[in-house]
Design a protein around this ligand. Sequence first.
Ligand SMILES: Nc1ncnc2c1ncn2[C@@H]1O[C@H](COP(=O)(O)OP(=O)(O)OP(=O)(O)O)[C@@H](O)[C@H]1O
Ligand SMILES: [Mg+2]
Length: 248
Amino acid sequence: MNSLFVREISISNNIPSGNYINNLPVVNWLKSNSLEFNKPVTFIIGENGIGKSTLIEGLAVALGFNPEGGSKNFNFSTENSHSDLYEYLSVRRGLKQPRDGFFLRAESFYNVASNIDQMDRMPASAPPVIDSYGGVSLHAQSHGESFIALTENRFGGNGLYILDEPEAALSPMRIMRLMCNIDRLVKQGSQLIISTHSPILMTFPDADIYEITHEGIELVPYSQTEHFQITKQFLNNPERMHKYLFEE
Ligand SMILES: Nc1ncnc2c1ncn2[C@@H]1O[C@H](COP(=O)(O)OP(=O)(O)OP(=O)(O)O)[C@@H](O)[C@H]1O
Ligand SMILES: [Mg+2]
């Protein structure tokens, strides 16, 4: 069995009143419960604005990643938009240390790409940073291509990968290619924690899916998620859904 790098998170310190994160149901749930990671792949799902990014960004920052994304060697900052949830999180780690790691934030991946180009413009004796990303500037590729290049070239296995909506730029075919990459990473001893809205991605075999709701967090099988059921209903009969949506 794959040994996991992150086992459990909870909230251990008091969050001052007035901090907006106190209004998030996921934060309140974590004050009296802990979230366990038991599988190499864990998905975090839930409605827009429910707190997925806040949660996984808080976890990533608590583990030492740059809030805007990247590996632990990235420390650029373009905008201080992250919450301070990391200050109150308690993370129980596994016995083994990851050899690799990356925090991918769809919203600020552009800034990661710019930072790599910037580092490579500086005189250095080391090989260019972009070499470990496939050798082609991430800005010289489409949004989806650069995401796939990242997972195929930079993610080396035996690592902890925290991904916020990695499907954002991907076509359905590329989402399946991403699933093949995730499968390879798991076979190479990795742990992935992924927030997603993709009903395709969340079918990844033997993954745990935690759904954040206004009541807290619960484990759900993919077939019971609203994302999966609504997409399936829609695709089974788009015209019927149009009638429901557009007719008075
Ligand atoms: N600086 C802030 N002040 C007040 N509220 C904030 C601030 N930043 C974020 N929020 C609120 O926190 C909530 C959770 O945001 P978050 O980005 O975690 O949602 P999400 O589940 O990732 O949504 P999505 O699916 O759209 O990515 C949102 O309702 C947002 O408006
Ligand atoms: Mg989000």
